[in-house]
Ligand binder design. Structure first.
Ligand code: ADP
Ligand code: MG
Length: 558
């Protein structure tokens, strides 16, 4: 039998895994249990929606078994299993090669960053195992297959025997070396605590043979040895627990386990709503931007559960576009299990939940902005653009929700400020909220047009992001103060009246005509200006669109 090769990209990742010096290697167990749980979810969901299948909860479980003498750790499930083809497709390649390319580029040499920040599912087993064997029988099939690999040099697949539907993942744990101890992955106590730590809320029982000594029943001094199978996890989903029973670590672990992101979220929102609509939700605001966030590939959405059963991985209708960075899940008893995507869109309950969630997110962001400025700025660096797009899109209908979450660089403060802060600093005679657009803060600072306004002692907001001016054009005013570009014709400053530029135009017509000739079609006219101080010349524009906005529109594909 010939050995099959992994695809090139998987190979690179495997190499990183095998040679990784990542310290949290125990997470491989979390990954295996999570896959097992997903596989049971699939069979459970099938049974619920397909009358020919029945589901007895007792028949579905995950089992962890360690054999210290032979250095074998086995994780078995009674889930949906994999066909031969699925074994090849799911375990032979990395699901999302686009993300891998990104991961590999951004990973440190030792792969630390990859595993720490991204996690890689099944492949993490190669951090602790020298041989990995997967035996699986798919639902509806009489054949079972065995997939085996030692890592980067490829894998074998052959037919084998398995009497029940489901999957066994069998790891031959690496030998302990002077540098590294692998024995702990075979220790009952250690395994138990890892399961508790990462997989406590898994909805199916995780069984394990546990042994020890204990007091004999009915006696207070006689001990007995025991060995029995116990269920290690509490099985209560995190979102059904009481907030005050949960620690920050619990929420962080849930985020990692659920693969919502590979960073540490800046905050979580745990909602337990009752009333017109009942639902529970755990939402996270990530700190760092997913690598594909500003691409078409990025899919927003929250996991949607109907009474504890996952019915959709990414329900887009639960999040407005401007909050598309939010991760998490929603569980509601008011939703039907068999609800289709199309029906969901019109579901009244779902709409109410979405509205509710939107407000909660907004409030949470405002809270962070007020209480932890640094954190908010970190967040804003990643997702501020999305908020600004939100103001601009949908004809500005979201501006009330978003305007207080916006920040712009201030000429006076030399840092990001909110519109509210700007307005509160305005002097009585200042008419407008001034802004200047350009490619970067440094370039805007050098714009001749800013001088006059700055000299008056007025603050200027610097718009260095393409979207800024578009967003502001939709807002048009904030707290009754209009926005005004420093390049606009009327700045509302009394100094402007000093000289009448049309006087200066007189007598200079010849010079101006010549200038225009030389610059030919690049400009429309040359005029004397009343607003220059240290600069000999500046560009100005007629009409609605600013020069910067025109540039953006021109650069957009039609
Ligand atoms: P992910 O779980 O994020 O999809 P993994 O690398 O953990 O990525 O797993 C890859 C795929 O392999 C899964 O999506 C699933 O289709 C399949 N798989 C892994 N473990 C099992 C299992 N125990 N039972 C059935 N399918 C599995
Ligand atoms: Mg997985």
């Amino acid at each position: 039998m010939t050995k099959k090769q992994f695809r090139a990209e998987s190979k690179r990742l495997l190499d990183l895994m095998v040679n990784s010096i990542y310290t949290n290697k125990e997470i491989f167990l979390r990954e295996l249990i999570s896959n097992a749980s997903d596989a049971i979810d699939k069979i459970y969901y099938k049974a619920l929606t397909d009358d020919s299948l029945s589901f007895n909860k007792e028949d579905y479980y995950i089992e962890v078994a360690a054999d210290k003498d032979n250095r074998i750790l086995k994780v078995s499930d009674t889930g949906i299993g994999m066909t031969k083809q699925e074994l090849e497709e799911n375990l032979g390649v990395i699901a999302n090669s686009g993300s891998l390319a990104f991961k590999a580029e951004n990973a440190g040499k030792d792969g630390h960053d990859i595993i720490g920040q991204f996690g890689v599912g099944f492949y993490s087993v190669f951090m602790v195992a020298e041989v990995v064997t997967v035996i699986s029988r798919a639902l509806g099939s009489n054949e079972a297959y065995k997939w085996e690999s030692k890592g980067a040099d490829g894998y074998n697949i052959e037919q084998c025997e398995k009497s029940t539907v489901g999957t066994d993942v069998i790891l031959k744990i690496k030998e302990t070396t002077a540098d590294e101890n692998f024995d702990e992955y075979l220790e009952e106590y250690q395994l138990k605590s890892t399961i508790k730590k990462y997989s406590d809320f898994i909805r199916y029982p995780i069984r394990m043979e546990v042994s020890g000594t204990r007091l004999k029943e009915g006696s207070d001094k006689e001990y007995e040895e025991y060995s029995e199978e116990q269920v290690i996890n509490s099985m209560v989903p995190l979102w059904k627990k009481n907030k005050n029973e949960l620690s920050q670590e619990d929420y962080d672990n849930f985020y990692a386990e659920k693969r919502y992101g590979f960073d540490k979220p800046i905050t979580h929102i745990h909602i337990s709503a009752e009333g017109t609509v009942s639902y529970k939700a755990i939402l996270y605001i990530p700190e760092t931007m997913p690598y594909d966030f500003y691409t078409k590939e990025y899919e927003k959405g929250l996991e949607l559960y109907a009474n504890g059963v996952l019915i959709m991985n990414k329900c887009a209708d639960l999040l407005p576009d401007y909050f598309s960075f939010v991760k998490g899940m929603v569980d509601s008893e008011d939703l039907s299990l068999n609800i289709s995507r199309e029906m969901l869109q019109h579901d009244r309950q779902l709409k109410l939940i979405a509205k509710n969630i939107k407000t909660k997110i907004k409030n949470e962001l405002e809270k962070i902005l007020q209480n932890d400025r640094e954190k908010y700025e970190e967040f804003y660096k990643s997702f501020g653009r999305q908020l600004k797009y939100g103001v601009y899109s949908e004809f500005g209908s979201n501006k009330d929700i978003l305007q207080d979450l916006l920040m712009f660089h201030s000429s006076k403060e030399q840092k990001l400020v909110t519109l509210d802060e700007y307005v509160s600093r305005m002097s009585e005679e200042q008419k407008y909220i001034y802004y200047a657009s350009g490619e970067s803060i440094e370039r805007i600072e050098k714009l001749p047009q800013t001088e006059l306004v700055s000299d008056k002692g007025y603050e200027i907001l610097y718009f260095a992001d393409d979207i800024d001016e578009f967003a502001i054009s939709i807002l048009s005013s904030y707290k009754d103060k209009e926005f005004r570009s420093v390049s606009s014709g009327d700045l509302g400053l009394d100094t402007e009246q000093d000289i009448d530029p049309s006087d200066a135009d007189k007598g200079n017509e010849k010079l101006f005509d010549q200038m225009k000739d030389i610059l030919s079609n690049k400009i429309k006219a040359v005029r004397a200006s009343k607003r220059l101080k240290n600069h000999p010349v500046c560009l100005s524009n007629d009409g609605e669109l600013s020069i910067e906005m025109e540039k953006v529109l021109k650069s957009m594909p039609n």
